[in-house]
Each structure stands twice: as C-alpha cells, then as structure tokens.
Design a protein. Sequence first.
Length: 216
Amino acid sequence: MSKIAVFGANGTIGSRIVREALNRGHQVTAVVRDPAKITEQHPSLTVVKGDVLEPVSVRAAATGQDVLVSAVGGGDGPGHLATIEPAARSLVTGLRELGDQAPRLIAVGGAGSLRTPDGKQVWDAPGLPDWLLQIMHAHGDALDYYRTVSDLAWTSLSPAAMIETGERTGHYRTSLEELVAADDGTSHITAEDYAVAVLDEIEQPQHLGERFACGY
C-alpha cells in the first residue's frame, strides 16, 4: 500500500486515478482548490485544499507521501492551458524543498510531442485547432522542463491521441517516444485505462526520469 497525493483529483483523468488507486487499496489524498467538489467518500480518501501553482502548497501536499501525481492539464478545456508548464515548475520547486523526503512525481502529459510513423510529431498533423495546439505545446514545454530535472524521481505519462471516458479493460500497450496506435492508425485510450497505466507505474516503476506513452 502506498500513500498517494493527487493534484487535479476532481478532473476527468484525476478522478479516475483516485478511483483506481482506492480500488487497489492505496491511501489517497485528493488535492483540489475547492474540496466541496469532491463528493466521493471512502475510508482511505482524504480531501485537502491546495493549489498546484504554489510551491508551498505542493510541499504541504507531498509531505509524508510516497507518490505525488499531477493530473493538472488541458484535458478539460483550453482554460487550463496556463497551468501546464508553470505547474511543472511549481511541483519541482515544492518537492525540492523536501530534499531526500520528496516523494516520486508522476505527471499527466500530452500526446502532441510523440512521434508518428511518418517521423513527424502528433502536433504536426494538419487541421488541428489553435487551442489544442497551444495545449499540446504547453505539455511539450513542461516535458522539456522535467527533462532538465535530475535530482527528483519523476515520470511523465503521455496518453494516446484520443483519451475519453469509457470502459476499464485493464489492457494497454506502451512506448517511449512513439504514439501508441492500432494497425488502422487510430490512437485512443479510455481515461479509465490510462489510470490503470498510472497505477501500474506507481506499483512497479519502469520509467524513472523519463516519459512514456500508453494506448491500445
């Protein structure tokens, strides 16, 4: 059993990570700006107020935890754009204040910087809307920043090109820098199975200090 704190625990992805962690018997602390928005009740769930953009809040949430998950990103709309790269810097700053007691960091990443079979990146595809490109590149900037961090244990997990709520199958495939896609070129994963991949990585670390991707 691990102690896991989750920023963005009331979002589409964060809420699935919380649920998956609780179902596996972990102790979870949901860190949100408005605790009243978390209505789920569970004996192993604690809800606290916190802001991922404030290093002091990150430090408080991370104290005594084994893993800190950041599910803060652009998945719930363009309004979240401004938090992605600044959140990465705030998370690292807050965790560094804990020194050797800092928990491992797992960050929800984006698919935009993943390579496609033609050698380009997902964000190079024609016709993508401006707001989506901005989110993709913000996730890319956050990943670039994480890759400069060598004094903390971090992992970034990129989803498939399409991630949406759906069925939990417990199955997925992984890669490092390549977009995970089916033979017909489609690339997707449910938020439920993305959460499975996050918890699998928490329980059996395979990607310390790097980004990996998951999809069907």
